[in-house]
Design a protein around this ligand. Sequence first.
Ligand code: ZN
Length: 240
Amino acid sequence: MSRQITSLLAIAAVCVTLAPAPAFAQAPKKEPVDCEQVKCIALTFDDGPGQYAGTLLDTLKKYDAKATFFLEGQYVKSRPAYVKRMAAEGHELGNHSYSHPDFTKSEAGTIKSEIQKTQDAVKKASGVEPKLLRPPYGLADLQVSDIAAQYGMPMILWTAGSQDWSTKNVEAIKKKTLEVAQPNGIILMHDWVKQTVDAMPAIIKTLENKGYHLVTVSDVVKQQDLQPGDIFPVPAGWEK
Ligand SMILES: [Zn+2]
């Protein structure tokens, strides 16, 4: 192709771009989802990136689904490429400590260093700093809440678990996840459980057929107006 024709094509392309969008144009794909208007659910994957994270990311991409990964710093350090890919593909990254100690049995200094080291590792791997904390085992107390507040992070638990770590069975994980799915639900799963990753195509297809938008935790909790140190959903017996 001659240089002249190429530049004419380039001008034509610019003109097409500048022309007003025809009435039948489809809405842009990346329009933000409003979970007060549509049915949303947030799938969350803890303790990773796990060894099957790559396959999981392929599945999420195929179905245009978003997820939230509550990452463990030590694995961020050993598998940084997955973390980079998670951020690049629009998933949310959360902090799940560095080595998974029970924060309610830890000294303040330990909790802070567990959080900080993970923030640093995620930032280094992906350029993104987590804005949500999920304390290991979902266990928190007022000390943990105060420290989360210092880091500017609310604490996110889950509305239901897939029990994947206990059943380790594709059919059981699929059945449980679909059973506990609810609008604005936050579902606990693990990307180190191979059967979870194997069950994902069927789970996502079924949820999407039921009208769910698979979104991030931040999308789902937007209407909660969570403040740093808040915990959501509020566990039984929690007082502040
Ligand atoms: Zn965990």
